[in-house]
Design a protein around this ligand. Structure first.
Ligand SMILES: NC(=O)c1ccc[n+]([C@@H]2O[C@H](COP(=O)([O-])OP(=O)(O)OC[C@H]3O[C@@H](n4cnc5c(N)ncnc54)[C@H](OP(=O)(O)O)[C@@H]3O)[C@@H](O)[C@H]2O)c1
Length: 309
């Protein structure tokens, strides 16, 4: 069990966890508000296998120019031929140079090498990271992910100048293909980021409601006009962040299904996650509703530091 003696619940847990919302989204898809697609984004796909090929193909169909990469780019000829003129194939280096946004969909164990080979070129790029660490496939790095959290580990290996967003990592590619562009209510897709500028770029790639939890710095989110908003965090004495992200997402989904507006739902979720962090354990340490209500009625949320626009 992890112990932390600090006054916030860490970004680590929140960048790493999003399973609760994914599950709720499937059971009862949420529609918070639709965001207009906006302009098109040039996207480089790093790893054009199952998930890279599928998500990249959906982006091409949505009108975005996409460069699918491989260490053997000639093997992608059939894929791009079937997608039309907006799709092209190339090397990893070409994809990194091409994309305003990059979609990483490789075995997690490949990230350190990709960071070493392309780190300089990745500086300032928005990176959507779908890679999950699986011990049997990825080896010892999976232990580091378990220990440190997956968002922190990806950021470490892809270098600090990358604008990292965890996205499309919680569902099978078959579900994305099956549910894409279905009638309302849309499928909710958990995305974790602490970078407001990255959120705005991603808003062009998905109609989803976008928010990023940032521990003691509160939650950033895009309103229906795509303006960056912030919900402050509740200052608590944190002893264990295990499950904090799941509690946040579960509480948020609950509040939305109760027809709370977005600011209220985010405040409710922040309070639930903060309370969870004051006690040890995962799901069993989730607070009761009465506790959340009491915190909401008696506490002032902390004032926000500046937003990274
Ligand atoms: N499949 C899913 O539904 C799903 C869902 C969520 C998350 N994920 C995660 O997404 C990642 C990819 O999964 P996948 O199922 O799409 O795997 P996949 O079908 O095996 O595709 C992975 C691709 O990564 C490329 N690759 C491997 N090592 C590389 C390296 N060192 N440098 C550059 N490219 C490399 C390979 O391309 P070349 O050999 O052609 O270079 C391969 O096409 C994994 O981390 C997985 O856990 C998958």
């Amino acid at each position: 069990m992890r112990k932390q003696e600090c006054l916030d619940y860490s970004r680590r847990a929140l960048l790493g966890a999003s399973g609760a919302l994914a599950l709720l989204a499937l059971l009862q898809p949420l529609r918070i508000f639709a965001q207009a697609g906006g302009g098109k984004v040039r996207i480089g796909i790093i790893g054009s296998g199952h998930i890279g090929g599928a998500i990249g193909g959906l982006w091409v169909k949505a009108g975005h120019p996409v460069l699918f990469s491989s260490r053997h780019p000639e093997e992608l000829k059939d894929l791009v031929a079937g997608l039309g003129p907006l799709a092209q194939n190339g090397t990893v280096s070409q994809a990194v140079a091409f994309g305003d946004a990059l979609f990483f969909a490789v075995p997690y164990g490949a990230l350190p090498q990709l960071g070493r080979d392309y780190g300089d070129a990745l500086q300032g790029k928005v990176v959507l990271d779908a890679c999950n660490a699986v011990p049997a496939r990825d080896g010892v790095i999976a232990e580091e992910v378990e220990r440190e959290g997956i968002g922190i580990t990806s950021q470490k290996y892809l270098l600090s100048g990358t604008r990292l967003v965890r996205a499309f990592n919680t569902l099978s590619y078959t579900i994305f293909v099956r549910e894409a562009n279905r009638p309302d209510p849309k499928l909710a897709i958990p995305i974790a980021a602490d970078d407001g500028e990255a959120l705005k770029k991603i808003a062009k790639l998905t109609p989803s409601f976008l928010a990023g939890t940032r521990g003691a710095q509160g939650t950033i989110w895009l309103d229906e006009h795509q303006n960056l908003q912030q919900t402050p965090a509740f200052p608590v004495h944190t002893v264990d962040t295990l499950g904090a992200g799941d509690v946040f997402h579960g509480a948020f989904a609950l509040a939305i299904t109760e027809n709370q507006d977005v600011p209220s739902a985010l405040r409710f979720a922040s309070a639930a996650a903060a309370l969870k962090c004051t006690r040890f354990g995962g799901a069993f340490a989730a607070p009761q509703r009465a506790e959340v209500s009491e915190l909401l009625s008696h506490s002032q949320a902390a004032g926000p530091p500046s937003i990274n626009r």
